[in-house]
Write a protein that binds this ligand. Structure first.
Ligand SMILES: Cc1cc2nc3c(=O)[nH]c(=O)nc-3n(C[C@H](O)[C@H](O)[C@H](O)COP(=O)(O)O)c2cc1C
Length: 169
């Protein structure tokens, strides 16, 4: 699949089926992250693949209704970036982290896996971060969901490039 087709095929899935994505495949997906551009080669991306005990701890921190949502996908990965505490570098590292995540999502799409980039409130809390092993100095960018797709999400409308591109003189 060409990159444009792959990008168009990537969709936010909120329903998943089947078993956890096997460890080797998860590693393959996350290995792609390292090719993201990153200024000063800080390689700031960090990924923590949740095991059952960590998930249970996170669910406990999240409370009952939020906990159920954490069961939507069989494989969950906390994506974060390690920050230096310097404004410009941190901003660039957050961008690099987002670029790395996008590569991972595309890699999942390429393999026919469903994915979902979510930012659950629990990962903004000290307890939730702690449960997921995220140390001080890292910014959580999201909880990535992976698994087999249940259905194709509804068609989406997006403005064409002419709506957001300006060629300057
Ligand atoms: C940084 C970021 C955070 C997101 N957080 C959430 C979220 O917490 N809950 C949610 O339903 N979707 C979340 N999304 C997914 C978007 O809602 C989704 O990309 C959008 O609806 C467009 O759908 P598509 O991904 O299928 O193109 C997030 C996306 C990004 C990039």
């Amino acid at each position: 699949m060409r990159l444009g087709e792959l990008a168009a095929a990537r969709r936010t899935h909120k329903e998943f089926r089947g078993e956890a994505v096997d460890r080797d495949t998860v590693l393959e997906l996350l290995a792609v992250a390292r090719f993201a551009p990153n200024h000063h080669l800080t390689q700031p991306w960090r990924f923590r693949v949740l095991g059952p005990q960590t998930l249970a701890r996170l669910q406990e921190c999240a409370g009952p209704s939020e906990a159920t949502k954490l069961e939507r996908a069989p494989t969950l990965v906390v994506a974060s970036v390690a920050l230096a505490g310097e404004l410009v570098q941190d901003e660039e590292d957050v961008c690099a982290g987002a670029a790395a995540i996008m590569l991972v999502l595309l890699a999942a799409t390429e393999r026919g896996l469903a994915s979902y980039w979510r930012t659950p409130g629990v990962l903004r809390t000290a307890r939730g971060r702690d449960a997921a092993g995220v140390p001080h100095g890292e910014r959580v960018l999201g909880l990535l969901h992976f698994g087999a797709p249940v259905r194709e999400p509804a068609r989406r409308e997006r403005a064409g490039a002419s709506q957001y591109v300006t060629f300057l003189e």
